[in-house]
Write a new protein. Structure first.
Length: 75
């Protein structure tokens, strides 16, 4: 893992008590196809999470591409 991001209502700070955690895990070792992420990777993140988690795994290259796309939209 290179980067772990908390986003959604928990990341913004406007969450409710029953809100789940939106977490994105970015890394070179993450396969480009999301269905190819090993179960062990999911379990590792879920074990350290304080509540319900919605996980998104992204390969570093794919993440940087999305970041560049979003920057160009907001210029």
């Amino acid at each position: 893992m290179e980067l772990v991001l908390l986003f959604g209502s928990r990341g913004r700070g406007d969450f409710k008590e029953n809100s789940y955690y939106d977490v994105s895990v970015v890394g070179d070792e993450v396969p480009r196809g999301p269905r190819k992420v090993p179960d062990e990777s999911y379990l590792m993140v879920l074990e350290i999470s304080p509540g319900e988690v919605d996980l998104v795994f992204m390969n570093t290259e794919a993440f940087l591409g999305k970041l560049r796309e979003s920057r160009s939209r907001f210029r």
